[in-house]
Design a protein around this ligand. Structure first.
Ligand code: GLA
Length: 398
């Protein structure tokens, strides 16, 4: 009797020692946050840059704000040896040591590959080596994989099914399924980030194959037109996002290129409204204070990370102004009024129609960029600079 009672406890203890990760919560219950090397460094990224990024995430307070993943994008790869093992190139002399370093800072590390023979940058990718690569990532301690379609299109889709688009898409889904299974088989919780530019509605099939996020568009660039074009493509996708599986309108360009302060703020606000992964892509060692202020605005980050996991909907547009609404836990509401167009005057002052948002009477809220309390009233005139945003959280909408 005594022995029997103790057995399950002993078995449980053994299970926990042998497989500490088996019981870990599934990843990406809120949109993944971190930094990725591509938008600033592109193919030039090195081990040193990744270490510096990890150091900077800690010293700037970004880690405390929630930026946990340090993701190496394309161009870390060398060639495979006779046993099929993929080696790192001279820019990344020791991936395990790099992962250990990133982990020692209390951060997580991500890597990049693709289902074809080559990555988008022309480096070796995972075709035919999916299990082997996934196992190696787990041995290194990798926590996040971005898996980028690129050469799978000519290597496999167009070669095997030159005249059948549906069959091509099936091959693509099978390839992502294969890597999803290989990652799961490692027993390590690794965020699986699909990058296939939104082809064939990945939001419909990616969650079922273990995808934690899927790119919903082509590549972002640091200019307002591109950012706005991507934003427009997100309207209607809100029903597909939720804890563990997110639409990904691509990584942040906040602080990059010639984006103005207003554009940086609006881009960040809207990505938070979209429950998007927040992967900063800027030059962290040279980050300007105003950019740090944007990326670490705790109220805006909290919108993105809201545990209800409901992505914003575009409720209405008036001229060049758009009103997006996101339902938050506890019955709260985030309202974003975006002055998307170039002309400051076409619809200004903008009159906010609360009735269209299902709200009746004055609404008390907080302006998340000034930190001040505001009361929104029916048809109130609002002045917003071109490419800027008014972002308000209403705790008790009526
Ligand atoms: C594609 C992706 C980018 C980046 C590059 C790397 O273009 O969409 O985000 O990963 O490949 O080569």
């Amino acid at each position: 009797m005594h022995f029997k009672a103790r057995l399950p406890l002993a078995a449980l203890t053994v299970a926990l020692i042998v497989s500490p990760l088996a019981n870990a919560a599934p990843p990406a219950q809120t949109p993944p946050m971190g930094w990725n090397s591509w938008n600033f460094f592109a193919e030039k990224v090195t081990d040193k840059d990744i270490r510096a990024a990890a150091d900077q995430l800690v010293s700037t307070g970004m880690k405390d704000a929630g930026y946990i993943y340090v993701n190496i994008d394309d161009t870390w790869e060398a060639e495979r040896d006779a046993s099929g093992v993929l080696h790192t190139n001279s820019k990344f002399p020791d991936m395990k040591a790099l992962a250990d370093y990133v982990h020692s800072k209390g951060l997580k590390i991500g890597i990049y590959s693709g289902p074809g023979n080559k990555t988008c940058g022309g480096y070796a990718a995972s075709l035919g080596h999916e299990e082997q690569d996934a196992k190696m990532y787990a041995e290194w301690g990798i926590d996040y994989l971005k898996y980028d379609l690129c050469s799978f299109i000519p290597d496999v889709m167009e070669k095997q099914e030159p005249n059948d688009k549906a069959a091509q898409m099936k091959l693509m889904i099978d390839a992502y399924t294969k890597m999803g299974k290989a990652l799961q088989a490692t027993g390590r919780p690794i965020v699986f980030s699909l990058c296939q530019y939104g082809w064939d509605s990945p939001w419909e099939w990616a969650p079922a194959i273990g995808g934690n996020s899927w790119r919903s568009t082509g590549d972002i660039s640091p200019d307002w037109d591109r950012i706005y074009t991507i934003l427009e493509q997100q309207a209607g996708l809100e029903k597909y996002a939720g804890p563990g599986h997110w639409n990904d309108p691509d990584m942040l360009e906040v602080g990059n290129g010639k984006l103005t302060l207003e554009e940086n703020r609006a881009h960040f606000s809207m990505w938070a409204m979209l429950a998007s992964p927040l992967l900063a892509g800027n030059d962290l060692p040279n980050m300007k204070p105003e950019i740090k202020e944007i990326l670490t605005n705790k109220d805006v980050v909290a919108i993105d990370q809201d545990t209800l996991g409901k992505q914003a909907s575009r409720v209405y547009a008036d001229g060049e102004d758009e009103v997006w609404v996101r339902h938050l836990s506890g019955g709260a509401l985030a309202i974003a009024v975006l002055a998307a167009g170039d002309s400051r005057y076409s619809t200004h002052p903008f009159h906010l129609d609360l009735e269209k948002l299902g709200l009746h009477g004055p609404q008390k809220g907080k302006n998340l960029w000034t930190g001040k309390e505001v009361t929104l009233t029916q048809n109130m005139p609002i002045e917003i600079t071109s490419h800027d945003v008014l972002l308000v959280r209403v705790a008790n909408p009526k």
